[in-house]
Design a protein around this ligand. Sequence first.
Ligand SMILES: [Zn+2]
Length: 332
Amino acid sequence: MRERLRREKGGILVFTAAAMVALLGFVAISIDGGYLYYRRARLQDISDSVALAASAQIMRARGSENDKKLAALETAVRCLEKNGIEVTGTSGFTASVLFKGDAGLVTLSFSDGCNRVGVDIDVTTDLFFARALSKPSTPVRVKSEAYLDWDPPNVVPLSYFYDDYVPYKKYQLNYTPGDGVHGNYGYVDFTPSSKFRHYLENGYDGEVPLGINLEILTYPGVSNGQVRQALESRINGCTGGCHLEDLDGNNDGSNVVVHIDSNCPRVVILPMVSGLHQAHGKDVVTIIGFLRFFIESYDSNSKVLTGWCLGEVTEDEINGYVGAVNVVKLVR
Ligand SMILES: [Zn+2]
């Protein structure tokens, strides 16, 4: 009888000890698990923010690809610190960080030139209860990727030599120097001039930011064939039959119906420049604004460009500051 009792007591002790370990395990899993879940979600949010901010910076930055990457890194560091992650050092595109006392690494990676920015965050996170189960810390890893879905503003090296314009008026831009009757335009030199045709056909994507008060040179030596080919390529690239209709035929900018697809290659931005075009040799002209134009036709014999003025474009739009939120996309 006594023997049996002792055996049962022992059994109860063993059972209690096993239950305690299991209970501790459950507590560890639920508390540490909750903590890890929260921490992973927080780091994922931060990683997303860093990817978006770095991508937006790449769109704004001018200069070489490496300059853009360095600008992105600088923005990423600022974004991390704003989110409570201390950056203790950087090496290449990897930052050593402290997140609430836990050490980790944040790495930026770039692909597709630098149109895609990847962010990897790896923080070794200390655990509370799991310590008792000999697992004092665990890595928490998150990653994000953002990409730029962004066409550079379609600024072309054709300049408009006036500071007055009427939106939705049809203009015949005449490349006859000194002829101020119909308006006037000329070619300008976005360096390098060897890329003139490329800039005219695809829009300026060079390294020097374009802006108001920037002085540029005119480029009188352009071959008419290049201009014709580039403009024809734009006109033929329009597949939507885009056009404008002046309902009352007055050409005073009123009663005009616009049928233009978004991203239509016939829509370009012309720098509006000051200074009279004297045409002999190169002139220095100053950018005073930007006009959006719809190219209707180009007559390569008379060199007359017929197009519709669609209004002025701000300098911020030229440099990619407007609409940044809409064009940086998170892909994770
Ligand atoms: Zn079109």
